[in-house]
Design a binder for this molecule. Structure first.
Ligand SMILES: Cc1cc2nc3c(=O)[nH]c(=O)nc-3n(C[C@H](O)[C@H](O)[C@H](O)COP(=O)(O)OP(=O)(O)OC[C@H]3O[C@@H](n4cnc5c(N)ncnc54)[C@H](O)[C@@H]3O)c2cc1C
Length: 354
């Protein structure tokens, strides 16, 4: 940021800081309880609580989201999130960039406090003066970098920071007519369990979790031979039921597959409140547990949003010259949009030679 931008931002932050701190500490239930008191407002409180489907959500989390909606600051890309990836990939390649996928980075190489490149799982090396990491920060500092690359106190701090929750997701392909599935044209429906608001987002049991039911855009139904998709997501923790009955190294054993199938069956049954007949019109289901998210993203505990609360780490790592971080582990925080902003910030830092 320019000096002038930083100055203006500093002044406006000063003005907003006391309220931000107050609402940043306040549990969301307190705000809802004082704004919408009484038994007759219980449903509204529960509905608003569902806007921030995470454990220990703060009033500020809800206010941020409602503020974004009030200011028309909520977007979804035409063609889904994949279209963003395609656009960025094509542009990067058009500028001469080379993309490699399907092979893991196994170490970030450092010599005399400077990064020198990375080694891949196939033992090949890529040399470079800068490395930008978007992977789990613990994996970066504990597994990929040499121990000496960061101070002990920093690593101890990293070890203790709580992670965000994960998801259980079941995607159902159904023979139900699109109109039956998505009555009223809603994109997302929420099914809360019959518990007090304080009990929301505290349990991982299939009959107690809140369900977020997504419907695809109607245009894509034809491409699936007239079948409709229903995606049910539940915010859950990785450690539930002995890590979802996976093995000691999170192997997906027959027990694990059996358990996740039973779990999926129960939440599909509950989703019938919104999509009647769903259980008896299934063509195919695809299930992802926190163990799946862990193996697909490399995020510890399958954390879908990185840290439990956003951390404002510096994107230029102070301990190792040429190492940068981006993504939901760092500034400005989790989610697709903020991760993209952090990628842009980090690229600018690298290009400016800072
Ligand atoms: C099911 C689900 C639903 C979500 N819904 C939303 C939503 O509606 N809106 C929203 O804003 N956000 C949502 N999020 C969160 C959002 O997807 C993340 O915050 C965002 O993708 C983070 O981007 P990132 O680049 O930091 O990390 P990632 O997108 O996780 O990218 C990191 C990449 O690094 C790769 N990787 C890991 N280790 C290695 C290694 N050793 N070598 C090479 N590659 C490696 C991973 O495979 C991955 O591709 C959702 C997340 C999930 C899982």
């Amino acid at each position: 940021m320019s000096f002038f931008k930083r100055l203006t931002l500093g002044f406006s932050m000063q003005r907003k800081l006391p309220k931000s701190m107050e609402y940043g500490r306040m549990p969301v239930q307190h705000l809802l309880g004082s704004a919408f008191p009484g038994v007759e407002m219980a449903c509204l409180r529960a509905a608003l609580r569902s806007v921030v489907p995470v454990r220990n959500a703060r009033a500020l989390d809800l206010l941020n989201l409602l503020g974004d909606v009030a200011e028309n600051n909520v977007f979804s890309p035409d063609g889904g999130v994949e279209s963003i990836i395609g656009t960025l990939r094509d542009f990067f390649q058009a500028q001469g960039g080379v993309i490699r996928t399907g092979v893991k980075v196994t170490s970030v190489n450092v010599s005399d406090g400077h990064v020198t490149g990375v080694t891949l799982a196939d033992d090949s090396n890529i040399k470079g003066e800068a490395v930008l990491s978007t992977i789990d920060m613990k994996a970066l500092f504990f597994d990929l970098l040499p121990v000496k690359a960061s101070p002990r106190l920093f690593r101890e701090k990293l070890e203790k920071i709580p992670l965000s929750d994960s998801y259980f997701t079941v995607t159902v392909s159904t023979t139900l007519e699109p109109g039956t599935v998505n009555r009223g044209g809603n994109m997302v429906r929420v099914v809360n369990p019959v518990v007090e608001e304080d009990g929301l987002f505290t349990s991982d049991d299939p009959d107690q979790v809140s369900l977020f039911i997504h419907f695809p855009e109607s245009g894509t139904d034809t491409a699936r031979g007239g079948r409709s998709l229903v995606q049910i997501m539940a915010p859950v923790r990785f450690m539930y039921e002995n890590n979802w009955h996976s093995g000691p190294q999170y192997e997906k054993s027959p027990d694990y597959y059996e358990f996740r199938k039973k779990y999926a069956t129960k939440i599909i049954e509950r989703a019938e409140t919104v999509v009647p007949g769903l259980s008896s019109h299934i063509v195919d289901i695809v299930i992802a547990t926190p163990v799946t998210y862990r193996s697909c993203t490399g995020n510890d505990e399958g954390a879908v949003f990185g840290w439990r609360r956003p951390r404002m780490w510096r994107q230029k790592v102070p301990y190792t010259h040429g190492l940068y971080i981006a993504g939901h582990w760092t500034y400005p925080g989790p989610g697709v949009l903020k991760s993209m902003m952090s990628g842009k910030n980090a690229s600018r830092l690298i290009l400016s030679g800072a």
